[in-house]
Design a binder for this molecule. Structure first.
Ligand SMILES: [Ca+2]
Ligand SMILES: [Ca+2]
Length: 322
């Protein structure tokens, strides 16, 4: 069960040192009951201060070579990246370029009409969408969400009339199938950007993080994978992980940790980076850093609690959690 309409919402202000809870208009009683199992959350904490013994250090570094969106697989979508796995799927990619969805926020006006996988035994399977749908994405993501030893595929599927949803695919009975998905956002030209997978609630199972509508007021949403549904359990406003027209999709990152994984996410204007943790009752901001200029690139993991990033003034930076 999940909802797209929580009874209250938390807004993270773009101003430093300020968080606020903002009630939304009243909803019918039955809807409140329906939503009562959802955790309604917010970013708590004091900006600029390190909570939980955590702080973020930013240092300017020499230029590095970023990731390339190299196209190597048959019929692969231009500017996309294939995903390589070590379980049942050896490689997954987006294919069948089409301009049938007039949105074009990912670098060009082409989106994918097919998802293709090559299995470890060399066989190739594909899933072709209906004419009203596209994969509005530049990379499938592989993760064994249900710990059965086989990978699931996380990808953005958009409907030309209802906008984007996050979909989970997998190989079942020798076929590539859609296993679960979030609701579509509800209208055309509304997109969402997956952040990644991690155990954000500490229950030992992988969860999925995404940022809905990153261009017009981003909303962080956390989901548990409970086939055939994705259950939303946390939500907060005021973050963004993409700029319109960019092929850089990973402005946010999953931060491995114990007892829970956390998230490193830009604020709405990409001028700050926030370390965010789910505490079982709220999403807490546990550290924050103001960037010397706005973030322009994906945040690339470099090991040892370190990430590499680029700024709009063309400087290269190293970010380290301490
Ligand atoms: Ca699996
Ligand atoms: Ca979990």
């Amino acid at each position: 069960m999940f909802s797209e309409n929580p009874g209250q919402r938390t807004v993270f202000s773009n101003k430093r040192n300020k968080c606020s809870l903002t009630p939304v208009p009243a909803v019918p009683v039955f809807m409140l009951c329906l939503f009562s199992l959802l955790a309604l959350i917010g970013f708590a904490g004091n900006a600029g201060q390190a909570a939980f013994g955590q702080s973020i250090a930013i240092t300017e570094i020499d230029a590095y070579t970023g990731r390339e969106n190299a196209v190597h697989m048959p019929d692969q979508l231009p500017m996309s990246r294939a995903a390589h796995g070590d379980r049942d799927i050896s490689v997954a990619w987006l294919a069948g370029a089409t301009n049938r969805y007039s949105h074009g926020v990912l670098g060009d006006d082409l989106e994918a009409s097919k998802l293709v996988v090559q299995l470890r035994d060399g066989s190739v399977l594909d899933f072709e969408l209906a004419a009203s749908r596209v994969f509005e994405d530049l990379q499938p993501r592989l993760a064994d969400l249900d710990a059965d030893g086989n990978d699931e595929i996380i990808v953005v599927e958009s409907d030309v009339n209802r906008g984007a949803s996050l979909a989970v695919f997998g190989v079942v009975g020798g076929e590539l199938s859609r296993l679960a998905g979030t609701p579509f956002l509800g209208q055309p030209h509304r997109w969402l950007n997956p952040v990644g997978v991690g155990d954000f609630d500490g229950d030992g199972r992988l969860d999925i993080a995404l940022v809905a509508t990153p261009h017009i007021g981003g909303i962080l949403r956390l989901y548990r994978y409970q086939k055939p549904t994705l259950e939303k359990f946390a939500e907060a406003y005021g973050v963004s992980t993409h700029s319109i027209g960019s092929t850089e999709l990973e402005l946010g990152a999953v931060v491995p940790g114990w007892p829970r994984d956390r998230l490193l996410l830009p604020n709405q204007t990409h001028s700050e980076l926030l370390l965010i943790e789910w505490t079982q009752s709220e999403l807490r901001e546990s550290a924050r850093v103001k960037l010397p200029a706005r973030l322009s690139s994906s945040v690339i993991p470099a090991g040892d609690n370190t990430w590499l990033l680029q700024l709009r003034d063309n400087r290269f930076m190293e970010l380290k959690l301490e």
